[in-house]
Design a binder for this molecule. Sequence first.
Ligand SMILES: [Zn+2]
Ligand SMILES: [Zn+2]
Length: 170
Amino acid sequence: MRHDFREYAANKMSMSESGCWTWTGSLDKDGYGKSWQEGGSYRAHRASYEFFVGPIPAGLTIDHLCRNRACVRPDHLEPVTNGVNIMRGIGVAPVNVRKTECPSGHAYSGANLRIEGTERLCRTCQNARRRRRYKVRWANDPVFKAKLLASTARWKSRLLPGTNTSNQTQ
Ligand SMILES: [Zn+2]
Ligand SMILES: [Zn+2]
């Protein structure tokens, strides 16, 4: 049986207004939160995704958009294809296979490698770009900022019913 993830909200997560829900329970050696499912330990972000969003499709792994491995906020989690699986499945243009590093020198391997079509992408660089865009929008786009704050307030009131969210429009 699946654990009711909401039970963790009060004492295992630190929910900041604008960002991550950082797991405050124990972490595994890779820095992912550890929750308990069916008597065994289970990565908390995967449990959160499955509880709030749905089953993780077979063959996909959960990627943190925020790069915070301890974060369990469902809208910071995205199921992605494991690059290795794609490479085995459809093959990649030989010229791309030979490249082992992105233009900035990050390795095209393991979790840093992302494959779209026949293109090999560097996750480190992609995320740096994404974070920069996010920061710029957060600073300059009041509608974007208000939306994020409202969504956090909604989550918070759903997970922690006692929380005062009357000022969520600020
Ligand atoms: Zn996060
Ligand atoms: Zn790179």
